[in-house]
Design a protein around this ligand. Structure first.
Ligand code: RI2
Length: 310
């Protein structure tokens, strides 16, 4: 069963009009909430699962999308009446949106406090969690300069730089390939995440692993801002994180380069040895403890375990 509101959100995620791992997850949950609230068909359970599949098919890498959808449908199979089924999806999805927004606010405060006074920080791509953390650190008087990469191919640095500038943060944009030259000036790299695997590998926008490698070489700490729903329970048993490949036109128009092939993978893996800390809404952790967090948060009562869904 298709639905206009859901389809608009699904297409928005596919086209990256709606983007950022957290926003993707919240928007998918909002789509399910809207579907549950406005449903007038006769087989809600079947239809909502179809809608969930449509949302999950939009982008493959950020596990936040999977977690947001899975949380929204939690308990659905144990409901009786259609009303009960709609109610549980309604409650779960609105709870997910609220808790995920709170998680960002909590981790922002923790990350900002971790940034040393007088810091030059470097961020990559456009992560709400990382940008808000840098802005908060600036409000606390800790930022001398925020550097951001252009982030090819989609240039999400063009989103990050004005967001920082509008908040009053002194900001300098560099091209991605200037990261190593710049690194001696940097006190901390602060990035977001799309997925964190159970072995502590961080999946984030393409180029993150190069920057982290260079930071590691220069003994510059890398802090990853990632709410708990960016951790992947799917990787506990060896499922691989699928790296999205997008259309090559994001790099260049192939018609301008006869005989040339293009390749556009948009995420990469940063191994845990290049990550100093992951900040979640629960606090600061080593990437090597990702497994423990996943087991704790995604078993039994699962995500956002300690509070009742109201
Ligand atoms: P927040 C983005 O992916 C970037 O890779 C960013 O670092 C990550 O999601 C996390 O973003 P894309 O949707 O959830 O731009 O912190 O491909 O906003």
């Amino acid at each position: 069963m298709s639905n206009d509101f859901v389809e608009t959100i699904a297409q928005g995620i596919e086209s990256m009009e709606i983007r950022g791992a957290g926003k993707i997850a919240r928007n998918a949950a909002k789509a399910l909430l809207h579907f549950a609230e406005n449903y007038s068909g006769s087989d809600f359970k079947k239809d909502v699962k179809e809608i969930a599949d449509r949302l999950l098919a939009t982008r493959p890498t950020a596990v936040s999308l999977y977690n947001g959808v899975a949380f929204s449908l939690k308990g659905l199979d144990f409901t009786g009446s259609q009303e009960e089924a709609r109610e549980i999806v309604r409650k779960n999805s609105s709870f997910f949106v609220k808790k995920s927004e709170e998680a960002v606010e909590k981790l922002v405060e923790i990350t900002a406090n971790r940034i040393p006074d007088g810091s030059c920080v470097l961020t990559h791509c456009n992560s709400t969690a990382a940008v808000k953390s840098i802005i908060r650190a600036y409000e606390l008087g800790k930022i001398e300069m925020a550097y951001c990469t252009e982030s090819r191919p989609r240039r999400q640095g063009w989103i990050t730089a004005p967001q920082l500038a509008e908040a009053g943060v002194p900001v300098t944009m560099i091209v991605d390939s200037a990261a190593r030259f710049l690194m001696p000036r940097i006190d901390m790299v602060v990035v977001g995440a799309d997925t964190i695997a159970s072995n502590g590998a961080v999946v984030n926008k393409i180029g993150t692993s190069q920057i982290s490698l260079v930071a590691h070489e220069s003994r510059v700490p890398v802090t990853v801002c990632a709410e708990s729903y960016k951790f992947s329970p799917l990787t506990l048993f060896g499922e691989r994180v699928k790296i999205e490949e997008r259309e090559v036109e994001e790099i260049a128009d192939p018609r301008d380069f006869p005989g040339v092939r293009f390749y556009n993978p948009v995420f990469d893996f940063t191994p845990p040895e290049y990550v100093d800390a992951i900040v979640t809404e629960f606090g600061v952790m080593s990437p090597y403890t990702a497994y423990e967090l996943i087991v704790r948060e995604f078993s039994g009562e699962a995500l956002f375990a300690k509070e009742e869904v109201k």
